[in-house]
Write a protein that binds this ligand. Structure first.
Ligand SMILES: *Cc1c(COP(=O)(O)O)cnc(C)c1O
Length: 395
């Protein structure tokens, strides 16, 4: 199989697996225990926190481990909202194409009396610092904007947005789940107050993530119980997961420039090849995009059918349309960049990592045009388009 769905999740690296095994076997202790086995686990936790902090340009005391990116997003946003409420500030700024972990939390906050402004992301899926500046009001408490979009890969001007938020004294959170360990991040230089990341997006394990929260900024717990994570996240720490997350992050960060160069080259080869398919369009920004992200819409076909046929040909990909998640609505991200419903339904996301090869990219470039042609040939929608009965949307 060719795995080209790394934005959904990644395969664990050997380094990450090897790092976690001792904490499943002999060093299985509870870090809160005072005996040797517990203390070994506690030392591993301390070391993992230092590693993650170092990869982000943060202090170890600013890193809180969570159950993943979703929890980190929820906790960051809920904490800022609580700070705001205490100060009578109940306005939050975000974008229309955030991950649902952000959007659904914001929806709940709206029901609780908060006001949310979702910035338009434009046709290339980009927010500008000027838009953020213009949207900030007296009662704005939080700006939450993702570092890079998980569907279309566009990378936001995070440093510039951070500077605006700092100048306007508004808390700035970024969902960096797609960016962490893939792009250079320095939370201090970029004026990021809170940042979410997740292990399984960079060859670490699922079910473990981290929240960076700048010192001096109050964090509130979502889960009550013991005093773990400085009282901000109760529950016995997932030591094997945390250790493996740190190992994966350290490994990817050490090779970041090499990985960016290699994966971007594969991405560009794929984009150049797929652009040859008539009546197609690349989604996302042409250059400001994640090294591994390729996302196209093909007119006249359904994304789901494309996925199943590609799977038959041994290629694991993903589609923006959310039928898989039980909804018939097309992706909110593709709608946010202005793709009409019928176009958004025909989307394909291929997300690469440093383990993909040129041969695999060439195999994808052979398979996708075949699948597109096959599906178009049996599509009544395509017949209407080619006969001129309905006009093409994509040229
Ligand atoms: C995967 C992802 C999440 C969710 O992370 P989990 O660890 O799966 O909860 C949040 N935001 C973005 C942008 C993601 O890609």
């Amino acid at each position: 199989m060719i795995y080209a769905d790394n934005a959904a999740t990644t395969k664990m690296s050997r380094t990450a697996i090897d790092a976690m095994i001792p904490y499943l076997e002999e060093d299985f202790g509870n870090p809160s225990s005072l005996h040797t086995i517990g203390q070994r686990a506690n030392e591993a936790l301390t070391a993992a926190r230092e590693t993650v902090a170092q990869c982000l340009g943060a202090q170890p005391g600013e890193i809180y481990f969570t159950s993943g990116g979703s929890e980190a997003d929820n906790q960051a946003i809920r904490s800022a909202a609580r700070i705001g409420k205490a100060r009578g500030k109940t306005h939050i700024i975000s974008t229309a194409f955030e991950h649902h972990a952000v959007l659904h939390t914001l929806k709940q906050l709206e029901a609780e009396g908060f006001e949310v402004t979702l910035l338009d992301v434009g046709p290339q899926g980009m927010v500008t610092p000027e838009q953020v500046d213009a949207a900030i009001r007296e009662d704005t408490i939080l700006v939450t904007i993702m570092y890079a979009n998980n569907e279309i890969g566009s990378i936001q001007p995070i440093s510039e947005i951070g500077a605006v938020c700092k100048a306007r004294k508004v808390i700035f959170h970024t969902d960096a789940v797609q960016a962490a360990a893939h792009l250079h991040i320095d939370v201090k230089a970029q004026n990021i107050d809170m940042l979410s990341l997740s292990g399984h997006k960079f060859h670490g394990p699922k079910g473990v993530g981290a929240l960076y929260c700048r010192r001096g900024l109050q964090l509130y717990s979502l889960i009550e119980g013991g005093a773990q994570e400085k009282n901000k996240r109760a529950g016995t720490e997932n030591i094997p997961g945390i250790v493996a997350l740190a190992a994966a992050m350290e490994e990817a960060t050490a090779r970041i420039d090499e990985n960016i160069a290699k994966v971007s080259a594969l991405r560009d080869r794929l984009i150049a090849g797929l652009s040859q398919i008539p009546h197609s369009v690349l989604n996302g920004h042409p250059t400001e995009r994640l090294p591994g992200n390729v996302n196209f819409c093909f007119e006249g076909i359904e994304g789901e059918s494309m996925l199943l046929l590609l799977d038959d040909k041994g290629i694991c990909a993903s589609s923006g349309s959310a039928c898989t998640s039980g909804s018939l609505d097309p992706s909110h991200v593709l709608l946010a960049i202005g793709r009409p419903h019928e176009i958004a339904h025909g989307s394909l996301r291929l997300s690469l990592c440093e383990w993909n090869t040129e041969e695999e990219v060439d195999a994808i470039l052979e398979a996708v045009p075949q699948v597109v042609e096959y599906l178009r040939n049996m599509s009544p929608v395509w017949r209407d388009l080619t006969s001129g009965k309905t006009p093409f949307i994509l040229q």
